[in-house]
Design a protein around this ligand. Structure first.
Ligand code: ATP
Ligand code: MG
Length: 291
């Protein structure tokens, strides 16, 4: 099988934390492709797109150099590689922080306590920049993996590593003291591809789909019954896209109200709704949302 030059190309992680969610998001925006372990690329059956499966570290440079037009990779890697790519959208998965952590029994409490100390990391560039901002001079030791064991081997005094739940740190008797960067998976693009009108059009089509997927995951569809006189108050509470859908019920004076509610205010909205007399509140996930 050979790559088709006319096709758009996207790079995603082959194996690891972003691999499955990246394939998942491509499937959920309607792209039909096959994936087998060990495969390096897959043509898409229903869109002029080839999907390349790579190590995440290589993705920013591949996109920068135009080997692929698009890529899905963590912000942490984009920053670390300082690649010249356009950041199109945050994709809402792969969330983690790049944090400085120290042995629990140490006396280090802030980054300033690490003056003159050794910090091991696989993100030397991002860490160095952070230390410069904080005006702390510490020795940055670059390690490509298993950074968390370096303090117990006395290779380092602290580490700077990716953390999501913190359980790996706890297992190694480490605790986080400083957040260096908050990261999540991004859709990135090659700047020259964005200037080519044919490629740009294809990218825009994909982007509308990505955004529809992201918005849908961040929103719930809420349905409820309520007395008609509570309608004005309920409309005030609902931060919906436009005005809610209101349908009269068979029972005199009652209406059904439907609206989309963003995830971040969801529980607050539900609590306030129940106080207005709204009842039988149903919440359903939204599959796609195109505005
Ligand atoms: P590759 O073989 O592709 O180089 P890797 O071992 O470098 O893989 P993974 O551990 O799969 O990378 O992590 C990929 C990305 O997942 C990270 O760069 C980061 O953006 C994100 N991520 C989310 N949570 C975590 C976490 N707790 N630890 C590490 N990475 C995380
Ligand atoms: Mg990697």
């Amino acid at each position: 099988m050979k790559l088709n030059d006319e096709n758009l190309k996207i790079a995603i992680q082959r194996q690891g934390r972003l691999a499955e969610p990246s394939r998942q998001i491509l499937k959920s925006i309607g792209l039909d492709f096959e994936y087998h372990q060990g495969r390096l690329f897959s043509p898409c059956q229903n869109f002029p797109l080839d999907i390349l499966f790579l190590r995440d570290d290589d993705i920013p440079e591949y996109v920068q150099d135009g080997v692929t037009d698009l890529g899905i990779v963590g912000l942490n890697i984009v920053q670390e590689k300082a690649a010249e790519v356009v950041r199109l959208d945050c994709l809402g998965f792969g969330s983690c922080t790049l944090s400085i952590a120290v042995p629990q029994k140490s006396s280090f409490r802030t980054v300033y306590d690490l003056e003159g100390r050794r910090i091991a990391t696989s993100h030397p560039r991002v860490l160095q920049r952070f230390l410069e901002e904080k005006k702390v001079s510490a020795r940055v030791i670059e390690i490509s993996g298993s950074v968390e064991i370096t303090p117990s081997l006395d290779i380092s005094d602290a580490i700077c590593d990716l953390v999501s739940t913190g359980s790996t740190l706890r297992i190694n008797d480490l605790e986080p003291i400083e957040v260096v960067l908050k990261s999540e998976a991004l859709l990135i693009a090659n700047p020259r591809s964005l200037k080519d009108s044919r490629r740009r059009q294809l990218m825009e089509r994909l982007r509308v789909r990505f955004q529809g997927n992201i918005r849908a995951r961040r929103t719930k569809y809420v349905m409820m019954n309520a007395p008609r006189e509570a309608l004005e108050e309920i409309k005030e509470i609902l931060p919906g896209m436009k005005s809610p859908t209101v349908v009269p019920l068979a029972e005199e004076g009652m209406v059904a109200i439907h609206s989309a509610v963003p995830e971040e205010v969801f529980w607050d909205v539900i609590e306030r709704l129940t106080k207005t007399g709204a009842s039988d509140i149903l919440v359903v996930p939204i599959e796609k949302m195109v505005m």
